[in-house]
Design a protein around this ligand. Structure first.
Ligand SMILES: [Zn+2]
Length: 438
């Protein structure tokens, strides 16, 4: 077997996110796809030596909820109420083909890598095209095939069967982890939900879904079934570990307890919730969910509801929103917020022993932020985490490694030169937007 390639980053400002949350000036050594060693000064030489003195080095960020292919539709449905937003989206969505989905995923994936995100959890149909985009870019895609009741979908065939086929085609791929994604209780009845869950359990994949995003959807479900969504799922025996529920804005104390006891993870999406005013008076109860036992991660949601896919922005907004809503500036401090975007994201994905930390044995998914950027220029060791959470701009993301491979160098994509696809992406977006109408 060929010797695995080694890379050494020397004297970086290291934000390890390890068990002790160590922040130190030191070296980090990669061997193949993994981190081999971290320390103040490592003696081993490496195939590639990187002078990292001017950089903050941290784990790659994890986006725990998005619909990446919608990047092509950014700006299509701004400043609308939810029903009009959906109407506009569905009109365009019905006309999209596989090529549009792949180009949308390339655009969104590029945006994520260039803003320091190395893994994302996606909910969509046509995921083969998204998987191809992940492979072309070198980003980890946890891709959930959307499952709906057969009479409520635009997919050809039965969605849960389509999901089964997708799992079979992309198992054990380097960049792609396929999974099952019942869209939400408003389009999935008990039978569909049960089939989706059984498929995920049998294949050992995650289950990803929307839960209690808007007040209207919760009221509607309660009217129909007599129970709020999370309690209905519990009553039907459908809650359990290895599930990631996006949003969780409108939750009662009893629902928080039910989710925590079942170890369901929550993907909090503050940008999307505030832009669509899904929360209104409600805000995802992040501290209560964490106290109840649920991992809480951060998601951007779609480019049509955010409109960016940057986890840096999302961290900033998440901590500000919790503080503001609770009249308490001590809530969700910077370290805890960075945990949501790294370690907790990894826990939500069931990969806490591989992702979200820079520690020996972990996958080498990491970001070098340029400390000469004016927003970061005064960063000291003792406030490196706060600098990242409150102030790091996307423009400071200089180099990104995923699985030990450089996928962004000097702020440019490595595997897929942007100039190669930019024209095609812009043309596809223009054409879809024209069909959607102003
Ligand atoms: Zn969503």
């Amino acid at each position: 077997m060929a010797q695995e390639r080694t890379v050494a980053f020397r004297q970086a400002l290291l934000v390890t996110q390890d068990e002790g949350r160590r922040v130190l000036r030191g070296d980090l050594l990669l061997r193949g796809p993994r981190v081999e060693a971290v320390g103040p000064r490592l003696r081993e030489g490496a195939d590639e030596e990187v002078d990292a003195r001017g950089f903050l080095l941290a784990p790659g960020l994890i986006n725990a909820h998005t619909h990446v292919a919608n990047a092509l539709l950014r700006g299509l449905a701004d400043d609308l109420d939810f029903p009009r937003f959906l109407e506009r989206m569905f009109a365009v969505d019905a006309r999209r083909d596989e090529k549009d989905i792949e180009l949308g995923a390339l655009l969104g994936g590029a945006e994520m890598l260039l803003s320091g995100t190395t893994s994302f959890l996606d909910l969509y149909y046509g995921q083969d095209a998204v998987a191809r985009a992940c492979d072309r870019l070198g980003i980890r895609g946890f891709l959930g095939w959307a499952v709906l009741d057969p009479d409520k979908t635009t997919q050809k065939g039965v969605p849960v069967e389509n999901a089964r086929g997708f799992l079979g085609r992309w198992k054990a791929h380097r960049w792609v982890s396929p999974l099952v994604a019942p869209q939400g209780v408003y389009v999935c009845g008990e039978e569909t939900w049960r089939k989706a869950r059984e498929l995920a359990l049998r294949e050992g994949t995650l289950l990803h879904y929307h839960l209690s995003e808007t007040r209207g959807e919760v009221v509607e479900h309660e009217k129909r079934t007599g129970l709020r969504p999370a309690l209905w799922l519990r009553e039907k025996g459908l809650l359990g570990p290895r599930q990631v529920a996006a949003h969780g804005v409108w939750l009662t104390t009893e629902e928080i307890r039910a989710l925590g006891e079942s170890k369901v993870a929550i993907a909090h999406c503050p940008g999307s919730n505030t832009k669509l005013a899904s929360g209104g008076g409600g805000v995802c109860p992040v501290p209560e969910l964490r106290a109840a036992g649920s991992p809480v991660a951060l998601g951007t949601d779609s480019s049509t509801t955010n409109n960016g896919l940057s986890l840096l922005r999302e961290m900033h907004l998440a901590t500000l929103l919790q503080k503001h809503a609770r009249h308490d500036p001590t809530v969700l401090p910077a370290q805890e917020t960075l945990d949501l975007a790294t370690r907790e994201g990894a826990r939500a994905l069931g990969r806490e022993n591989e992702l979200g930390q820079l520690a020996p044995g972990f996958r080498a998914d990491l970001v070098l932020y340029d400390l000469s950027h004016p927003s970061l220029a005064t960063t000291r060791l003792d406030q490196a985490v706060s600098s990242l959470v409150y102030g790091a701009p996307e423009g400071a993301v200089h180099t990104v490694f995923v699985d030990g491979e450089a996928v962004v160098r000097d702020r440019a994509l490595v595997r897929l030169p942007w100039a190669k696809v930019q024209g095609e992406i812009e043309a596809a977006s223009r054409s879809l937007m024209l069909q959607g109408g102003p």
